[in-house]
Design a binder for this molecule. Structure first.
Ligand code: ARG
Length: 457
């Protein structure tokens, strides 16, 4: 039977299975660096306010540093009997430096300790997430730049609508990611607030200096209410909301990549490194990476509901329920990091099949709106123009010709307002070039948008 830290009141040992069931060390050990960093800051502050002597502080810090080494090098023995990362490290500290180790937990509780660790951990992970997001944005800008003049059919209802440039489409993705990056930055502000000092729930009788601890740990501010400090998990929910929206975007991109890489569309080529073959069908090149990201989006949504539901009926302050916050949060972090990384890699090597996209735009009568706008400029009311173009398209379909391939005489059957200059607007190039205003698809505008985006980075 184990002798627990809190066992003075308990006369029976913890049931073996309950011990395992209530432990979190299996998954919270990944916060060991943050736990040690937090303890070093706490001990440093305690010595500043004369709760620990300088010598005690130094012994504690040296012990904690040694433990970090042991864990880094795999020499640390994690124990389920010690329940969580906090008690495992504290027990080892006491084993290493003796009685002095027992003073570390003065003026602190695992409740404010764990809340601090999770915030520090999330803060540490937000950095690589922001970096990977940035890499993906860079990759999109590069594709957009390369394909600023490449014409593709733009869709509504997944039916060919009007020609756009591939660069314009990439910049649409880019804009979504700009908002995601802003959301992450905003969320990071609320993550960076220090709970430590709240102790179990009400604060502590020791003369602690929370501002000092905050500045030692690089927190911008402290959590102002001790009850809120130990029980708030909105920062994790907010991060997961950011993650859900970002994954929703990646999933939409993926859906397009999957469609575009099908034989029926054949617009893009995803690098071989991002696809797999089939064990039975030799002709296959499957877009596994985008499919998997579409699938992983549901995990992140699941984690979102997990966290929201976890919090919705907890009375103040700390409840053991909160231990369940870690696995969904960690899973979201891991999923996001992996998805962003693979997406940035994949978009760095994507190639587009300009000819196929061009043919698809031609097949779809993508310049029909241009003909209608042309007629309006020649004095035809828009509704009549719409009708004329409908008849022209029907004629084209019947004779297997694009609008630009009809002769002037053929077009004039439908309206006397059509003249020789109509052919300038019926070409795909003419169509995209004409949408030349802020936010439009004209190559000139796309290039300007890319430049503007680059200058803000
Ligand atoms: N492992 C716990 C958690 O993740 C640490 C805090 C435990 N506090 C307590 N009073 N039992 O939340």
């Amino acid at each position: 039977a184990n002798k627990k830290l809190s066992s003075a009141r308990l006369t029976q040992p913890t049931d073996k299975f309950v011990e395992e069931f209530t432990a979190s060390v299996q998954f919270d050990q990944r916060m060991f660096r943050q736990d040690i960093r937090g303890s070093i800051a706490h001990a440093t502050m305690l010595a500043e306010v004369n709760v620990l002597t300088v010598d005690e502080r130094d012994q504690i810090i040296a012990g904690l540093q040694q433990i970090e080494q042991e864990i880094e090098s795999g020499d640390f023995e994690w124990s389920i009997a010690q329940e969580d990362v906090h008690m495992n490290i504290e027990a080892r500290l006491i084993a290493l430096i003796g009685e002095v180790g027992k003073k570390l937990h003065t003026g602190r509780s695992r409740n404010d300790q764990v809340a601090t660790d999770v915030r520090l951990y999330l803060r540490d992970m937000i950095k690589p997430i922001a970096q990977q997001l940035n890499r993906l944005q860079e990759a999109l800008l590069n594709v957009a730049e390369r394909e600023a003049e490449t014409i593709m059919p733009g869709f509504t209802h997944l039916q060919t609508a009007q020609p756009v440039t591939f660069g314009h489409h990439m910049m649409a993705w880019y804009e979504m990611l700009v908002r995601d990056a802003e959301r992450l930055e905003d969320c990071a502000k609320r993550v960076n607030s220090l709970p430590l000092g709240a102790a179990a729930l009400a604060g502590t009788t020791f003369p602690i200096d929370r501002e000092m601890t905050a500045s030692l740990l690089g927190f911008d501010r402290i959590c102002l209410n001790s009850l809120d400090a130990v029980s708030d998990r909105d920062f994790a929910i907010e991060f997961n909301s950011f993650a859900s929206i970002l994954m929703m975007h990646l999933s939409r991109f993926s859906e397009e990549l999957i469609i575009w890489s099908s034989a029926q569309f054949d617009f893009v080529d995803l690098g071989d490194a991002f696809c797999t073959g089939s064990s039975i069908m030799p002709q296959k090149k499957n877009p596994d990476v985008p499919e998997l990201i579409r699938g992983k989006t549901s995990r992140v949504y699941g984690n979102m509901f997990n966290l929201l539901t976890l919090m919705k009926n907890q009375p103040l302050a700390y409840n053991k329920d909160n231990q369940e916050d870690k696995e969904p949060l960690f899973d979201t972090i891991d999923t996001l990091l992996g998805s962003l990384r693979v997406y940035a890699d994949m978009m760095s090597v994507i190639t587009v099949k300009a000819d196929n996209m061009r043919q698809a735009a031609l097949r779809g009568y993508a310049t029909a709106t241009d003909l209608a706008d042309y007629l309006v400029r020649k004095g035809t009311p828009f509704r009549d123009a719409h009708e004329v173009v409908g008849l022209s398209v029907a004629y084209g379909i019947q004779h297997k010709k694009d609008l630009s391939e009809l002769t002037l005489e053929e077009l004039q059957q439908f309206s006397a307002n059509i003249e020789q200059d109509v052919f300038e607007v019926l070409t795909l190039e003419g169509s995209v070039a004409a949408r030349n205003h802020l936010g439009g698809t004209a190559p000139e505008q796309v290039k300007a948008a890319i430049q503007k985006a680059r200058s803000k980075r």
